[in-house]
Design a protein around this ligand. Structure first.
Ligand code: FA5
Length: 349
């Protein structure tokens, strides 16, 4: 191989091995392969050679050119890889097998209480039902014995859609659908209806420490032959003692709801003030928590169940108020506030 070609090859290799910066590579490319580069100059000089030397020289210069391109490519790759390795090395270390960081979020207190109640009732053979938030006037009122213009509607003004549907003001809106869903199994196979249906409710009302315009209830129903108030009291007691796991004072007093007869208000002694009276319980020492009663014959009939043959109870637990009492939250409005400072401090027990 021609001496000039060999020395140029050595020079280029030496220069390439000495660089550590990608920007330098381009300078070398231009210096050897550019229009005025050393290898290009060798090629241009070929025409001055004798014809018998030209072919061999040309082949060697071509080999040099190819070798230069390959070496430059390899060096570029090597420097790029090195650059990436340096970037990775400078990153904070990251162990994908390490346990998750502590602050991973938390469940909303209403979710915690709802799940707890669901588990309690599931363990007693109840199914958990889901029901839409947008319902018809029939579902929310007429099917549960509240005809149009009944004064009981005044207590539950809600938000109406242009198509006449409404945001449900009470989970009782699902009662008729539950009776119709499970009625056939009751009548044909004697399987009692035992269902709970938690859900968000809406009411157009002024808010205060214990009233929100958006809150959660959990409705429950049981229908079979010979169901009585004793059954109702048993399930209410079991639920409350499981949720609070301590003795709490409750009182049962008569209450009017068109869909139960007789009807009761189940109140809980306010756990915020210990029953002394505070804004959370409107200074009465008691909080209305879970109205309930024996299902009105009209409601059973409307659901396709014969009230002469079957009886049942229903309750409408105020889940949001239950969460307040369980976690000592003084103001119901904190629960819809979205404030993580308030909401992230509660855990399951
Ligand atoms: C009802 O909604 C009936 N459907 C409950 C019922 C079901 C009675 C089955 C009998 C048989 P009431 O309007 O009282 O009843 O609401 C039930 C519970 O929901 C209340 O005791 C209270 O705990 C909760 N609640 C009612 N309104 C609000 C509100 N604005 N903010 C927070 N919780 C509320």
């Amino acid at each position: 191989m021609d001496e000039r070609i060999l020395s140029l090859k050595e020079k280029m290799e030496k220069e390439l091995s000495g660089i550590s910066d990608l920007a330098e590579i381009d300078k070398i490319r231009v210096a050897y392969l550019g229009k005025k580069g050393s290898i290009t100059a060798l090629m241009k000089g070929m025409k001055e050679l004798a014809a018998d030397q030209r072919k061999a020289f040309g082949a060697d210069v071509n080999k040099l050119k190819e070798a230069a391109m390959t070496k430059i490519e390899e060096k570029t790759e090597e420097l790029r890889r090195h650059q990436v390795e340096m970037e990775i090395a400078s990153m904070p270390s990251f162990d994908i097998t390490a346990p998750a960081a502590k602050n991973m979020g938390s469940y909303h207190p209403i979710t915690l209480v709802q799940r707890q109640c669901e588990n309690i009732f599931k363990s007693m053979g109840f199914t958990v039902e889901d029901y839409p938030e947008v319902v018809t006037d029939y579902e929310c009122f007429e099917a549960v014995n509240i005809p149009k213009h009944h004064p009981a509607r005044d207590m539950q003004d809600t938000y109406y859609l242009e198509n006449g549907q409404l945001l449900k003001s009470q989970t009782s809106a699902a009662q008729n659908a539950i009776l119709r869903k499970y009625g056939p199994a009751l009548k044909e196979n004697g399987v009692p209806i035992k269902a709970i249906f938690p859900g968000r409710c809406f009411r157009n009302e002024a808010t205060d420490a214990s009233h929100e315009n958006t809150f959660f209830q959990m409705e429950g129903m049981m229908v079979d032959k010979n169901i009585s108030i004793s059954n109702l009291i048993y399930f209410m007691k079991t639920m409350l003692s499981e949720v609070f796991r301590k003795d709490i004072k409750v009182r049962l007093r008569p209450g009017f709801f068109p869909f139960v007869e007789p009807g009761f208000e189940l109140d809980i002694s306010c756990l915020i003030c210990g029953g002394k009276g505070c804004p959370s319980c409107k200074h009465s020492g008691w909080l209305e928590l879970c109205p309930c009663g024996m299902i009105h014959p009209n409601v059973l009939t409307e659901g396709g169940i014969d009230p002469e043959e079957y009886t049942g109870f229903a309750f409408g637990l105020g889940l949001t108020r239950l969460a307040m009492m369980k976690y000592g939250i003084k103001d119901i409005r904190d629960l819809n506030s979205g404030s993580l400072k308030v909401l992230s401090q509660f855990t399951d027990d």
